[in-house]
Design a protein around this ligand. Sequence first.
Ligand SMILES: [Zn+2]
Length: 220
Amino acid sequence: MFARFGLFANVLAKPAGIQILPFGGAMTSKGEYLLDIFRQTGALLEGHFQLTSGLHSSRYLQCALVLQFPQQAERVGQALAAHFKDEEIDLVVAPAVGGIIVAHETARALGVRALFTEREAGVMTLRRGFSLKPGERVLVVEDVVTTGGSTRETIEVVKNAGGLVAGAGSMVDRSGGAIDLGVRRHSILVLDVPVYDPSVCPLCKQGTTAVKPGSRELKA
Ligand SMILES: [Zn+2]
């Protein structure tokens, strides 16, 4: 029902839903480097998935499998930090859980602090005594952006707390760069991966059931 991308050459050579978009300059090699790490860690999954956004897809990028290696997480943070280094960032904020390590490593590279938001009764909020001063410049980061929903919610939390959102970064943008968050945005790796509303999902029509990545079935 699903298979890991053991032979990643297939993905690089094959359209099969995944396409590497041009980056330009040095970012190309960084993006390709990250894609290679996804391959090496078995973090590119193929099957029938229900994403956090509720949309379905035949592809899933399990960033945690990359971030389990601190050296790789550090490199992700350094790449995002380098892109926003001129923005005078005061702190980095990410939605839990997927964004926490990304925020931590980006903040480390920038020499600033890292906060995370989490849901309380379904509403994204700052907990655990986290706060920010009015006017502080914030970089919001994520692991993967598909619809931008979590990042958008986090941006709102920051704004409501008086912060200025100077940019938004992610390891992966799987919207092909289509998402507009209203702020300067950068993703290390930009992929164009089709997603479907469940009502029109071709995989559902084939009779299979979408699984939430990380679920027991997926790990089995
Ligand atoms: Zn489906």
